[in-house]
Design a protein around this ligand. Sequence first.
Ligand SMILES: C[S@@+](CC[C@H](N)C(=O)[O-])C[C@H]1O[C@@H](n2cnc3c(N)ncnc32)[C@H](O)[C@@H]1O
Length: 291
Amino acid sequence: MTERGASSTAVLVCQGRATADGRYAVGRFSDPVARELLDAADRELVDQVRAGDVPTRAADRMAYEMVRRTGLTMVPRTIAIDDAIRDHVAGQLVLLGAGLDSRAYRMPELAATTVFEVDHPASQRDKLRRVRALAPVAERLVPVAVDLTSERLAGPLDAAGFDTAAVSTWVWEGVVPYLSAADVRATVAQLAELTAPGSRLVINYQARSLPTSVMRKVMRLVLRLSGQPDPLAHEPWRSLWRPEVLRKLLADNGFSVVSDVDLLTGAEGLALPAENIGSRRNGRVAVAVRN
Ligand SMILES: C[S@@+](CC[C@H](N)C(=O)[O-])C[C@H]1O[C@@H](n2cnc3c(N)ncnc32)[C@H](O)[C@@H]1O
């Protein structure tokens, strides 16, 4: 993400969810709102993937595959996080790096919850433009613009009405890899100050894997050589975490990890096509409780 640009990876994962809706893990995974959040050009590729209309031009093939495979990773990731939210429905839900997250628009369990969608100011503006007339099902939806690399969360959240004394749920999905280890550590330290005992923190992060990093570089190279837009161009991975290192960071800040599952395990029984296995093996969702 550039200083001024909205997140392209937020659009990519939203496209992935839109491709998977109603096609995979029906009854467990559902995101009908994802499509609504996409611009016409983003939707075109989604429709192509849903129709199985594989591009004949090699140059178009990589963009198609990227969206299709992202969808396969989004299914277990979304299910794991939705389940964690349902297991601990709190009066306040903070989506940290919300991107085009649709939970406030699609989860009836949030009917009595205030959802704070925190994001980088540029991504926040882009989301507000895309939402148009969509009505949230959450009791209240409050956008909060914060750049996690240069601003503190406390002031903007306080101004938005967040109550640090009340139990809350925090979701940090698909953001940790895009922050440096120092920024992740600094953010976790802030969360310790902002969360009341009994609050939950749901973190999606990426474990270190050489094959996955190489595959990502190859995909980007092919996109560049074929003159296709590269959604990862301005959003490099900056930190990958071993589960035990993340667990210690959380413990040092007063959070106890109660579960930490890779997405390959999370996808068991979902009958997903056996592709993009590396991405599922290295993507993880941990749930931690504030002591
Ligand atoms: C891959 S998207 C994930 C979005 C959403 N959580 C999801 O899973 O659909 C990454 C998100 O992290 C946000 N992000 C990246 N760097 C950030 C920063 N420094 N401050 C705030 N948000 C940031 C981006 O704006 C974007 O919304």
